[in-house]
Design a protein around this ligand. Structure first.
Ligand SMILES: C[S@@+](CC[C@H](N)C(=O)[O-])C[C@H]1O[C@@H](n2cnc3c(N)ncnc32)[C@H](O)[C@@H]1O
Length: 222
């Protein structure tokens, strides 16, 4: 990957979920590859590349300048979405962070409950806790997919606020909208959850029951 010319499959899947013509905010942008790719390809007219740390933000600034996109992509020092106004972005990407931190960032932003905003989320860990927090707070998953990058399997979600807080089965937090019976990458992702649950089941029986439920969802009934 160099200067946002090419995205790896993890960031490419995030990019695929961004709507054409929408203004982007990339939170935790680091190198700014994603906003550069999205603006250069014409998908986004403009973007804010935000990061909590000055060093990655500087690296992002250099990527943006090298791509001659400084007039369309603004860099901004921001803890989560705190420095982003509600009128500044339509699609918000938060990728490469833990699920708990992503949930915290969405929960803290006062414009999150605007159903016009799309949040594209790529948790590195604890996706089940992120999905639980989103469901409990009235967000629905519009789309979800998985990819493999560097030998690891990742999931990407697109969520919006709908106000729906209907109770969900525990297993939904692990599977979301994935279809592991039809898609081998989805199956690989859910199997990762099953393996972790089976390890945890040595201490607590309810994890074994949950793992079994997920196995059935995957069609592994043996
Ligand atoms: C692993 S990098 C991910 C970079 C890119 N988003 C990706 O997925 O490839 C995580 C970035 O998030 C930034 N970060 C961590 N906590 C943050 C927060 N609360 N608000 C904004 N950025 C944060 C870090 O400084 C770092 O640059």
């Amino acid at each position: 990957m160099s200067g946002g010319n090419h995205l790896d499959s993890r960031l490419k899947l995030c990019a695929d979920f961004v709507r054409h013509g929408k203004r982007l905010a990339d939170i935790g942008t680091d190198h700014a590859y994603l906003p550069v790719w999205l603006c250069r390809s014409g998908i986004c007219p403009s973007a804010i590349a935000a990061d909590i740390n000055p060093a990655p933000l500087e690296s992002g600034r250099q990527t943006i300048a090298a791509a001659n996109l400084s007039d369309r992509i603004e860099t901004r020092l921001s803890d989560g979405l705190r420095e982003i106004g509600g009128e500044e972005a339509d699609d918000i990407v938060i990728a490469g962070m833990g699920g708990d931190l992503i949930a915290k960032i969405i929960g803290e932003w006062r414009f999150s409950r605007d159903g016009e905003k799309h949040f594209i989320l790529q948790p590195m860990t604890r996706s089940e806790r992120l999905i639980r927090r989103l469901c409990e707070n009235g967000f629905d998953i519009d789309r979800q997919d998985c990819c493999v990058a560097g030998g690891k399997c990742y999931t990407v979600l697109s969520v919006t606020y709908t106000g729906n807080t209907a109770a969900r089965e525990e297993s939904y937090f692990y599977t979301g909208r994935l279809t592991p019976k039809e898609n081998a990458t989805h199956l690989r992702f859910v199997r990762g959850h099953i393996d972790r649950l089976n390890k945890m089941a040595r201490g607590e029986a309810r994890f074994a029951a949950l793992a079994r439920q997920l196995e059935e969802f995957c069609g592994d009934n043996s």
